[in-house]
Design a protein around this ligand. Sequence first.
Ligand code: SF4
Length: 184
Amino acid sequence: MSALAWGVGSATAVVCFALVMAWRRSLETNAARAERASRPAALRNAELVYMERLFRISTPVGLVAKLDRAYRMPSGLLVLVEFKTRWSNQPFLSDVIQLSAQRMAVMGQTGQSVASYGYVMVKAPTRRALPIPHLVKLMTDEQVVALVRRREDFLAGQVLPRWPLSRKTCLTCAFRAQCDYPHL
Ligand code: SF4
């Protein structure tokens, strides 16, 4: 290979490398911009610290919880965010239970403080829809432990499930589509 051909080849490789790097940087920038745009306004100054991460504890009950996102506020407090795609633009009790279990698992595994509130971001299942934030108060650790123990009792057949006292409960239930309860 002549020196000229070698030089042209090297220059082409350098240009390609620079283009790939610029493309990757632009992808990263777009992803970061999309992530910022999808946050609740109250977390504008927070730092994204966990995304799609699994946490687990074995005491006082065994829990494995995968969180969507956790943000660290300037105060150091972590705030959990859960994303849902559905037509009904409201948080469900099941969302609150999920976030509360995540909170307990993160605090138990890492020792960090997690806010007693979180956000459920509900997005309609259309391409242009934006996630709408819903601030929710989370359950206490004691309430989560009681729920886990109750579930264990159900599974062991020691407690029989009951229908809800009010049919209003069913209006915001995430399991309604699979439920046998006569809703009419
Ligand atoms: S829809 Fe079914 S599972 Fe949900 S609260 Fe009503 S009875 Fe319970």
